[in-house]
Design a protein around this ligand. Structure first.
Ligand code: SAM
Length: 149
């Protein structure tokens, strides 16, 4: 699936979620995967959840990891992940400065940070938002309300 598809799913469903109703007989493969992961996570200093989507699973696993980083190509998924409040230590990073500029611009009241004439202001924002040497957001510094269906 293309990233546009995941962006659309994020806008429509408020993340990588579904209303499908299904029954599982016995232990599901997902449950086994999760149990195995929970056993393994404490042995690592940092864990990467590549393709973290809207971040539910990243946050769940962050309770078992020393440090966990979620990464996703879909900016719409990352916006939802950023909006979720949680006491865990999960941090969400931006894939590049262009995506961060789009994120900032999408916040009501902000100027268009993709406009090159604002590059000085934007550079200051980039500097302000370094977490462990990477561009990221934590502690809900920016208020973002995802459009839930
Ligand atoms: C099937 S969803 C799973 C989301 C999440 N891991 C979960 O379990 O709910 C796959 C995710 O991978 C992301 N993705 C796909 N290709 C990617 C890539 N090349 N780099 C980063 N993320 C990618 C999509 O945007 C989507 O959010």
């Amino acid at each position: 699936m293309g990233i546009e598809w995941y962006d659309r799913i994020a806008r429509k469903n408020g993340g990588y979620r579904s209303n499908a109703v299904f029954t599982i007989e016995g232990v599901s493969a997902e449950q086994l995967f999760e149990e195995r992961l929970v056993e393994m996570l404490p042995a690592f200093d940092t864990v990467l959840d590549a393709g973290c989507g809207h971040g539910d699973f990243t946050l769940k696993m962050s309770r078992h990891a020393k440090s966990i980083v979620g990464f996703d190509n879909s900016m719409e998924m990352i916006k939802i992940a950023n909006s979720m409040k949680d006491e865990s230590q999960a941090v969400f990073y931006f894939p590049d400065t262009n995506e961060f500029a789009k994120f900032l611009t999408g916040i009501p009241g902000n100027p268009d940070y993709t406009d090159p004439s604002l590059s000085k202001d934007f550079d200051a924002k980039v500097e302000e938002n370094q977490i462990n040497g990477k561009l990221g957001v934590k502690e809900y510094k920016y208020i973002w309300k995802a459009n839930k269906p």
